[in-house]
Design a protein around this ligand. Structure first.
Ligand SMILES: Cc1cc2nc3c(=O)[nH]c(=O)nc-3n(C[C@H](O)[C@H](O)[C@H](O)COP(=O)(O)O)c2cc1C
Length: 341
């Protein structure tokens, strides 16, 4: 069934296909169809102090506005991460801005955080009936200078805090100029210190300490990994998500669209993102969780991330190519690898 739908969707420009797929899912949700077809794999685990029904999650960027949480929730995910959201709505970069590199099981995107703003997202997440774990991924507006980036993260953090099971601080998308500079030692320490202080206040106000995850790029040298691990640890963050898309074009050279500007995701990212994950596991204390993302297209890939040190996994591009069956496969892969750990 998915094969037929995929074939039709892949005739369309990637972003149009994406919109139609999500609208189709929403219809299927209204009819109650998908939930019956894709029962959630029951493989409970506890990470960041949260209970997950299974370890397979939807990575950020597919549902940037929280418009499809319940529809996506029908597909058996243990957790869903919405966003990246910014304080103010913004249109993102001109289209076309998503490209499929089918032969490589990959995509390149330069969306640039197109989203309807944090107020819209909060309105949507408060309406959700999805009973899995919900992460909310926050960023900064494209026209906010890096000196003021902390203000944008704080504005989003304050707004989403009461509604999120965990909050992801995205400092690694390649499509917002200067964003990845926030991974530098000084900027990162300033950002995480500010968020940690604010969390202390909000935890008191709301009677709940919401875990914070920091999402990093795969394009990091070992010095950068060490500095990030130190900052994450110093400011008592709860998890690192490794990784976002890459600016490298290894594995896709010569393919159509390979030279498009943007972040590369999918199969060519599997090894490099897993290497960063493993380096982070070595550098971080055990009580800081790791979420492995990048290039997962099978249960075996998911298991590989767990063996490299991940506690949970997420995927985006593999889901586009493989469809909803990947969710249960990945959940079983996580379960099997954890069982053998
Ligand atoms: C079209 C597209 C949009 C994305 N948007 C976001 C985003 O808004 N925020 C974010 O943190 N990551 C975003 N990502 C990155 C994914 O969450 C993920 O980290 C990356 O694609 C690697 O995983 P994958 O190989 O399974 O796709 C996006 C990825 C794609 C393909």
């Amino acid at each position: 069934m998915f094969g037929v739908i995929r074939k039709a969707l892949f005739q369309l420009p990637a972003e149009k296909a994406h919109e139609l797929a999500l609208e189709g899912l929403a219809k299927s949700h209204a009819l109650g169809a998908a939930k019956r077809m894709y029962p959630r794999v029951d493989a409970p685990l506890r990470v960041m102090g949260l209970e997950f029904a299974n370890g397979a999650g939807l990575a950020a960027g597919m549902d940037k506005n929280g418009d499809y949480i319940d529809a996506l929730g029908d597909l058996g995910f243990g957790f869903i991460e919405v966003g990246t959201v910014t304080p103010r709505p913004q249109p993102g970069n001109p289209k076309p801005r998503i490209f499929r590199l089918e032969k490589a099981g990959a995509m390149i995107n330069r969306l640039g955080f197109n989203n309807k703003g944090v107020d819209h997202l909060v309105g949507q997440v408060t309406k959700r009936t999805f009973d899995g774990v919900l992460g909310i991924n926050i960023g900064k507006n494209f026209d906010t200078p890096n000196e003021k980036a902390v203000d944008d993260y704080l504005a989003c953090f304050n707004a989403v805090y009461p509604h999120a099971d965990y909050i992801t601080v995205n400092i690694s998308s390649p499509n917002t100029r200067g964003l990845r500079d926030l991974q530098g030692e000084e900027a990162l320490n300033q950002l995480l210190r500010t968020l940690a202080n604010r969390r202390r206040d909000l935890a008191g106000d709301h009677g709940r300490r919401v875990p914070i995850a920091v999402k990093v790029a795969p394009d990091l040298d070992s010095e950068a990994v060490t500095a990030i691990a130190a900052a994450v640890s110093r400011h008592q963050m709860d998890a690192v998500i490794a990784t976002n898309t890459t600016i490298s074009r290894d594995g896709v050279q010569g393919l159509k669209h390979a030279e498009e500007t943007g972040g590369l995701s999918g199969r060519p990212l599997l090894e490099s993102s897993t290497a960063i994950l493993a380096a982070l596991r070595d550098a971080l204390p055990r009580d800081i969780a790791l979420i492995g993302v990048g290039g997962i297209a099978s249960g075996r890939d998911a298991a590989m991330k767990i063996r490299a040190g991940a506690d949970l996994v997420q995927f985006y591009t593999g889901f586009v190519y493989r469809g909803p069956t990947l969710v249960a496969e990945a959940a079983r892969g996580v379960k099997a690898a954890r069982g053998n750990a």
